[in-house]
Design a protein around this ligand. Structure first.
Ligand code: ZN
Ligand code: CU
Length: 490
């Protein structure tokens, strides 16, 4: 007997094909039948008017320590997210051995007391012990490796240090890491040479793992930075994912055409993809290089000046009667939201078939960018239903089937018999993000229920208290995922 049947529901299976109304049955944590189902179930739901999709996969997160410290994972579960990929932008909770405070931007993940996973295996055990409500796949951060093996981060690694990093990366991959991420724009990794990264990336090929990168620049030299990423991928013969692809900075507005042309040209002869979040504002630690008067910068936190959180940098500078840059210096270390993108560029990049959805949410920020709580419902409600950037089934593909294929998450991201029952039931007519820049910690509307590995985990805007997420170790060669994902894009 089936445990659950969801009937009369619009099934969006994650491949991008238009949905059909039918029934889906669940047994032993997996999808057991699809279509017309006569047999009974312990639990029978009539979901007429609602849509059922594979649980959303947040391919770009900084939830490394949050999945352990706040395993209910409400910011993600409430959006219908059932899997998070952690360890992005060169920063990961493991493998890390600190001497003092974590370097910027590793401080986005927590402070020194939160970095207690000297090896990747330690981290994996901690995630399994915490039993988060969502599945977790993990990348290893290049900056994390650098801080383990280099005495200072403002230089490239020596051949000996690169060899030590390779050993540590190999150990992590053998323990189930899905790839390597870099954050080359940050001061803590900017001085590393292309050779340093390419030599590290060679190890990925031994495991069929992926290379993801926060580009060396998202500003004027973005095309060079993209070329560097492709070159690393070609050298190491590994797939490349460009993280949170965007045209950043006023001087770069309107260049999404060039950026898309670059990634499409590369994708024609090597495995390349990208993710982005559906907002025209970015967020990270406060970076002096990004301080400008061309657009607003919102300070979200400041260690020395906590009362300034929630104010614009320009207001603070006026209050202190000093230039923007001096005010920014006084606020550091700090977090910021930069309203530094053009909406048309965001739509162009988000709308491209190569683009997956990733939140880049910052769960430790006291005033987080609303992408932390709003990303997935915003793509469905705002960008698909209201703006009509793409059909609903395509929106779902960008969050599920494509993402699972790119990251090698076997048995996830599709509604197919035998796949894990990671499912989200939502109302296509009302699903929408509620989180705003001034009030970001708000659950989305229109998410009716979420199952993780067949377990009902969220219903009527509340977690059920059952947490069924698993640690997802890399299972197979990711290059295969790039081949199969091509079929989704016809
Ligand atoms: Zn990043
Ligand atoms: Cu990031």
């Amino acid at each position: 007997m089936y445990e659950l049947i969801i009937r009369n529901v619009l099934i969006l299976d994650g491949t991008g094909t238009p949905g059909a109304v039918g029934a889906v049955a669940i047994k032993d944590g997996r999808i057991a039948a699809i279509g017309t189902i006569d047999s009974p179930a312990k639990d029978d739901i009539d979901a007429a008017g609602l849509a059922l999709a594979p649980g959303f996969i947040d391919v770009h997160t900084h939830d490394d320590t949050t999945v352990i410290r706040s395993p209910e994972m409400l910011p993600k579960l409430s959006q219908g997210v059932t899997t998070v990929v952690v360890g992005n932008c060169g920063i990961s909770a493991s493998p890390v051995r600190l001497n003092g405070d974590p370097p910027d931007p590793m401080n986005l993940l927590g402070d020194a007391k939160d970095f207690v996973y000297p090896s990747f295996g330690d981290y994996r055990l901690a995630v399994e012990a915490a039993q988060p409500s969502v599945n977790v796949a993990a990348l290893v951060g290049h900056t994390a490796l650098r801080q383990n093996h280099l005495d200072r981060l403002d230089r490239s690694a020596t051949p000996g240090e690169i060899e030590s990093m390779r050993q540590e990366l190999r150990d992590a991959l053998a323990n189930g890491a899905v790839g390597l991420s870099t954050g080359l724009a940050y001061a803590s990794a900017f001085s590393s040479s292309t050779d340093e990264v390419a030599t590290l990336a060679e190890v990925l090929a031994e495991f069929g793992a992926v290379y993801t990168t926060h580009l060396r620049s998202e500003f004027a030299t973005i095309l060079d930075a993209m070329d560097e990423a492709y070159r690393i991928g070609r050298h190491a013969r590994v797939p490349v994912i460009v993280s949170h692809l965007k045209c950043a900075g006023a001087g770069n507005w309107g260049r999404s055409g060039e950026v898309i042309a670059s990634i499409e040209a590369a994708a024609a002869h090597q495995h390349v993809g990208c993710d982005c979040y559906p907002y025209a504002a970015s967020s990270s630690t406060l970076d002096l290089k990004q301080v400008t008067d061309e657009f607003d910068i919102l300070i979200t936190w400041s260690e020395p000046e906590p009362a300034m959180g929630g104010k614009l940098l320009a207001e603070i500078a006026a209050e202190w009667n000093m230039p923007l840059l001096d005010a920014a210096r006084r606020l550091q270390p700090a977090g910021a939201v930069y309203y530094g993108m053009d909406e048309n560029d965001v739509r162009h990049i988000l709308g491209n078939p190569l683009t997956m959805v990733g939140s880049d949410g910052l769960p430790n920020d006291p005033l987080p960018h609303p992408r932390l709580w709003g990303t997935f419902p915003r793509v469905l409600g705002h960008y698909s239903r209201e703006v009509k950037l793409f059909p609903l089934a395509e929106a779902v593909r960008k969050m599920t089937g494509l993402s699972a294929a790119r990251f090698g998450l076997t048995g996830r991201g599709l509604i197919r018999e035998g796949c894990w029952a990671d499912l989200v039931l939502f109302d296509p007519a009302t699903v929408t993000d509620v989180a705003s820049f001034s009030d970001p910690a708000q659950a989305a509307d229109g998410i009716a229920a979420v199952w993780v590995n067949g377990v009902l985990s969220y219903k009527n805007k509340q977690a059920t208290g059952q947490r069924a997420g698993r640690f997802l170790a890399r299972e197979h060669d990711l290059r295969a995922g790039f081949e199969s994902s091509l079929h989704f894009q016809e």
